[in-house]
Design a protein around this ligand. Structure first.
Ligand SMILES: *Cc1c(COP(=O)(O)O)cnc(C)c1O
Length: 396
């Protein structure tokens, strides 16, 4: 790594832009893509030293690669973490978060409002290996505490949650985890390190889907598990042996995307805040959830642990499921697609798509009513976003 040496603490954007893989003999300004599966040894002794981890250098791209290392290094600095590993998808990162650290007989306390596939891992995969869980209301610190058992080894939180935008008090759960000598892992996908750094509140592990706001342009999948040096020894061993490696090309794109994370999120959040206010005053909208709206039930907590309100806005239309569908069909600018955190604004109807595998009861427990719509507010011109929403609302 060059341009990252020196010990002075630099600004978020400076690190995001200037942490860069070492230049090759060509003195390229922008880092090239290292599409190579393996790397040469100088001689037999060098090969031995690399394998013995006595020398620094790349061996094989399942282990490490300049583009992947640059992405991880950068994200670690932004997340205030010691070390990390990159993965091919966000779910590979979530799975590595569980599988690197948990053993048969262990227990996880998890928010019940975690990403659907994280929930499937906890509910349907880990129990096959003797790892049990208790789901809790993410917003109620007493429930987190009551769920602790003698074999609790991990607390798993996602904040803000999808699509209910409920918050977990990171500091409180961090203290609880430390008291119980358990690991505290946080899926920081919705906030990104620009908005929230869970390590600062006691998290040991920060997991990401880089597919969303980190890529930010709807192009590639990726993920990362970051954390303390000690925890990452286990995570790196797990990832190297089981092989969820991020491709060098995707790492190259994602590392470039981190350069613009701050400016993109400033615009995403400004647009989302304006959308939330617009919806709150609209007669066809029954409620709006946005962490930085004063009406959010955890507004104080949002202000404490988040720098901005994020790109997601969730609201309910008065017309129920039919109203929701009419609204989606009347949108012209917003895309109807399953992704989020893209430059393009996206509208989703969770009850019929992302959360259709849950029962009605399970959906209601995470605040998804039939008329709930989730918006991922993009960075198009604000007036055009508002015009599209206004038009679609008038057809409900
Ligand atoms: C999308 C998402 C994931 C999964 O990421 P993939 O890259 O799709 O595997 C995990 N957590 C959250 C909060 C997400 O939004």
């Amino acid at each position: 790594m060059n341009e990252s040496s020196g010990h002075e603490r630099r600004g978020f954007e400076t690190d995001a832009i200037r942490i860069q893989a070492e230049r090759s003999v060509h003195r390229e300004h922008s880092v090239p893509v290292y599409l190579t599966s393996s790397f040469l040894f100088d001689d037999a002794e060098h090969g031995r030293a690399l394998f013995a981890e006595e020398a620094d250098g790349a061996i094989y791209s399942r282990y490490s690669n300049p583009n992947v290392d640059e992405f991880v290094r950068k994200l670690c600095v932004m997340e205030n973490c010691d070390d990390g590993v990159a993965t091919a998808t966000g779910m590979a990162a979530m799975f590595a978060t569980f599988a690197s650290f948990l053993n048969a007989g262990d227990h996880v306390v998890a928010s019940r409002a975690v990403f659907g596939s994280s929930r499937q891992i906890l509910t349907r995969i880990l129990p096959r290996w003797g790892i049990e869980h208790t789901y809790v209301d993410p917003t109620d610190p007493r429930e987190w505490k009551r769920a602790v058992k003698p074999n609790t080894k991990m607390f798993f939180a996602e904040t803000p949650s999808n699509p209910g935008l409920e918050l977990v008090d990171l500091e409180q759960v961090g203290v609880l985890a430390a008291e119980n000598k358990a690991l505290f892992a946080v899926d920081n996908c919705f906030a990104t390190p620009y908005i929230q750094t869970p390590r600062a509140f006691g998290a040991d592990i920060v997991a990401h889907s880089a597919t969303k706001l980190i890529d930010g342009q709807g192009r590639v999948l990726g993920g990362a598990v970051l954390g303390t040096e000690k925890a990452m020894v286990e995570a790196r061993f797990f990832a190297r042996q089981t092989g969820p490696a991020l491709s060098p090309f995707n790492a190259w794109l994602l590392s470039k995307s981190l350069e613009t994370l701050g400016v993109r999120l400033d615009r995403h959040c400004a647009n989302a805040a304006a959308v939330a206010e617009f919806l709150e005053s609209h007669p066809k909208v029954t409620w709006v959830r946005y962490p930085f709206l004063a009406s959010h039930p955890q507004y104080e907590l949002a202000r404490k642990q988040m720098r901005l309100g994020g790109a997601l806005v969730t609201f309910e239309l008065s017309g129920g499921i039919d109203g929701g569908k009419r609204f989606l069909d009347a949108l012209r600018l917003f895309s109807l697609t399953a992704n989020l955190g893209d430059t393009r604004s996206i509208a989703t109807h969770p009850a019929s798509t992302t959360h259709s595998k849950l029962t009605e009861q399970e959906r209601l427990a995470v605040n998804i009513t039939p008329g709930t719509v989730r918006l991922s507010v993009g960075i198009e011109t604000l007036e055009d976003i508002l015009t599209d929403l206004d038009r679609a609302l008038s057809s409900v």
